[in-house]
Design a binder for this molecule. Structure first.
Ligand code: ADP
Ligand code: MG
Length: 263
């Protein structure tokens, strides 16, 4: 790929030299060329995941391919056990595929070691899980401060407070997770995920453990913050109505894409 870009550059330069074209035109063309190439924040190609149990091989993801542009929203729907969480984990660099490729922001995750993948996650990724995954021994405020302190931000406390106010929990800062309702815990985890100012947010059935009303509030919050920050959203959900709100939808079954729609 790099070689072909180089060849293209040399080709363009030779045209400019030979025809004495305006150098501005060359810059324009180059910008256009690179912006086209860089539009995808996530490119997944022929991704497969196989588990070995005893002497049997279990393929839970089978040759999955798709692309997502920066700032867009994608939903992944499918029955329980179809491979949705596995796919999300691979895309987010939490797990390693058996074969195939995941490029995040142009970087191939399969060429990285665990530390490099952790680095990319810290830099680019936010997560929201069905079961919230808050640290039980930390308050709401401290939970949101964790990613900010990892980034050594001096304003970690103020920024965490600001985010909790944004999700409507300004009066719950010193509550521990077990003192919060499910909806409140999920809002803390949303504040934590956005604290990172992620380029890409992965949400695995974020409303799965919430009642309808609370679920809707959490959904709206995710979409609102997503829009405000220009974050790309990859959302696993059972809820077809929710899936219809995203730009793109993948329906998976038995580890394979059955249908891919662009809204
Ligand atoms: P979903 O999120 O769509 O419900 P998952 O991605 O969690 O599905 O799981 C897909 C399939 O992979 C399931 O059949 C599950 O049992 C299997 N699976 C997931 N993790 C493992 C693992 N670590 N070892 C073996 N099989 C696994
Ligand atoms: Mg799952």
């Amino acid at each position: 790929m790099f070689l072909s870009i180089l060849t293209f550059e040399i080709f363009l330069q030779s045209i400019i030299k030979n025809t004495k074209l305006n150098p501005l035109l060359f810059l324009f063309k180059r910008d256009k060329f690179f912006s086209l190439k860089d539009m995808n924040i996530l490119s997944v190609e022929n991704l497969s995941k196989t588990y070995r149990s005893g002497n049997r091989e279990l393929t839970v993801l089978d040759q999955v391919s798709f692309e997502v542009e920066q700032g867009k929203t994608l939903s992944i729907v499918g029955p329980s056990g179809s491979g949705k969480t596995t796919l999300l984990g691979l895309c987010a660099g939490l797990d390693v595929a058996s074969s195939g490729s995941v490029r995040m922001d142009g970087k191939a995750l399969e060429n990285m070691n665990e530390d490099q993948r952790a680095g990319i996650r810290n830099q680019l990724v936010g997560f929201i899980f069905q079961n919230f995954q808050l640290l039980q021994t930390l308050t709401a405020l401290e939970n949101v401060m964790v990613p900010l302190e990892l980034k050594k931000r001096k304003d970690a406390k103020d920024k965490a407070k600001e985010l909790l106010v944004k999700v409507g929990l300004g009066d719950r800062l010193t509550h521990y997770p077990n003192q919060l309702s499910g909806g409140e815990q999920q809002r803390v985890s949303i504040a934590r995920a956005f604290a990172n100012e992620p380029k890409i947010l992965f949400a695995d059935e974020p409303t799965g453990n919430l009642d309808t009303e609370t679920g809707e509030m959490v959904e709206n919050l995710i979409f609102k913050l997503n829009e405000e920050q220009g974050t790309t959203l990859i959302l696993v959900t059972h809820d077809l109505e929710l899936a219809a709100k995203t730009h793109q939808s993948l329906h998976i079954k038995g580890g394979k894409i059955q249908e891919a729609t662009h809204g």
